[in-house]
Design a protein around this ligand. Structure first.
Ligand SMILES: NC(=O)c1ccc[n+]([C@@H]2O[C@H](COP(=O)([O-])OP(=O)(O)OC[C@H]3O[C@@H](n4cnc5c(N)ncnc54)[C@H](O)[C@@H]3O)[C@@H](O)[C@H]2O)c1
Length: 358
């Protein structure tokens, strides 16, 4: 592939770095870090599918993999990574290359940020969610004591390489669920992206590579802009939570078993749009546009009528993103415009939950 087919986005955080987006670009890792010592941290699915490709970048023995899945994002896996690093005599100049979805990315990045007080890190996101969200912005974490992402750090990588070719093997449900995060960027700040998705939805569904490069690039640019303005999440970065407050409550009430994160976000986006209509910020045409895209990608937009609304409300009140116990929601003023609102009554919220019930 020609170099000019690669999209490069510079991220101007305290430590600047670049995100490269393209197809069949994994080998750039080697070109960029040349003779430097490196190890790969990945999960069992990626290892089984890509061990030959990965061994073009590191020796087979320098690949650590853990059992795929959110359950592995814990202290045991983290300690096993530290043991592996000690065993490999890794030092603070050894590169950690995180290959995988958000789980591998988050735990490998946390290990990189803490082992010897920090090692150079390269993210190679392989799920759509990791490409457009978790590999950008420097948040790292593990789960602990039944709490999600409760221990973590902010740690920026040296480089991110998003090779959309990986998406060929990503299971359909995982793939479609991440589209709710891409639609989110359209709703909160990028009308052009939203219209592009509307006009190219068939190509997106069939994973057309050129279209994927476009939406991954555009989503990355949106996240990068927000992160550059608010690296440590003191203000604008909160807009990224559009649809997420209810999503977290739904995930928690269903014990993270029923919905993938992006599916819960899809329901949350419809909820936040109902809330926005209630506050007079937007109208049903915005709702219909968002819902018809989510429906097209077979994402859920309703909840079972058995869902306990009071419990959802209680969990939302405890969300760690609230300030002084006041519920904050990101609302839309129409496609491409969003605001953070504190002034919502319990009845506005309960009514909007009710609108979701089938
Ligand atoms: N750091 C952040 O800012 C941030 C943001 C959003 C989410 N997250 C975290 O990301 C995690 C979710 O990420 P995820 O959805 O990528 O989960 P994941 O890493 O578990 O990946 C989902 C599944 O897809 C598989 N997979 C990934 N890429 C594949 C490929 N190319 N081919 C075949 N299978 C592939 C994985 O093995 C896994 O089974 C959560 O832990 C969440 O907390 C972090």
């Amino acid at each position: 592939m020609q170099k000019n087919d690669i999209q490069t986005i510079r991220v101007n955080t305290q430590k600047p770095y670049e995100v490269m987006i393209g197809k069949d670009i994994l080998h750039y890792v080697d070109n960029i870090i040349k003779n430097k010592k490196r190890v790969i941290i990945t999960d069992s699915n990626l290892y089984n599918l890509y061990k030959n490709n990965l061994s073009n970048i590191v020796d087979k023995d320098d690949i650590f993999y853990f059992k795929a899945g959110e359950e592995s994002k814990n202290r045991e896996t983290l300690y096993a990574i530290y043991d592996f690093l000690i065993n490999k005599k890794a030092d603070r100049y050894t590169y950690i290359i995180a290959v995988g979805g958000g789980v591998a990315g988050d735990i490998a990045a946390f290990a990189a940020s803490t082992y010897m007080r920090g090692m150079p890190l390269i993210h190679v996101p392989t799920s759509l969610l990791a490409m457009v969200d978790s590999s950008i912005g420097g948040k790292t974490a593990i789960n602990y004591g039944g709490l999600k992402n409760i221990i973590g750090s902010f740690y920026q990588p040296e480089l991110v390489i998003s090779d959309v070719r990986f998406l060929d093997t990503l299971p359909t449900r995982e793939y479609l669920s991440a589209l709710s995060e891409i639609i989110k960027y359209g709703v909160i700040r990028d009308e052009k992206l939203f219209v592009f998705i509307e006009q190219n939805k068939e190509k997106i569904k069939e994973k057309n590579m050129e279209t994927l490069i476009k939406i991954v690039t555009q989503s990355t640019e949106n996240k990068v802009k927000i992160v550059e303005n608010d690296e440590k999440e003191k203000g604008e970065r909160a807009l990224l939570n559009f649809g997420h407050t209810l999503a977290h409550a739904i995930e928690s009430i269903t014990k993270y078993k029923e919905y993938l994160h992006g599916e819960a976000v899809s329901i949350g986006e419809i909820f936040a749009t109902h809330l926005s209509i209630k506050k007079g910020l937007t109208n049903h045409s915005t709702l219909n546009r968002i819902k018809s895209l989510l429906d097209y990608f077979k994402l859920p937009t309703k909840i079972n009528k058995e869902f306990n609304s009071k419990e959802l409300y209680r969990i939302m009140k405890q969300d760690k993103k609230n300030k002084n116990g006041v519920l904050r929601f990101v609302l839309t003023k129409g496609i491409g415009l969003s605001i953070l609102s504190h002034e919502l009554s319990e009845s506005d919220i309960m009514d909007s939950i009710h609108e979701l019930k089938e």
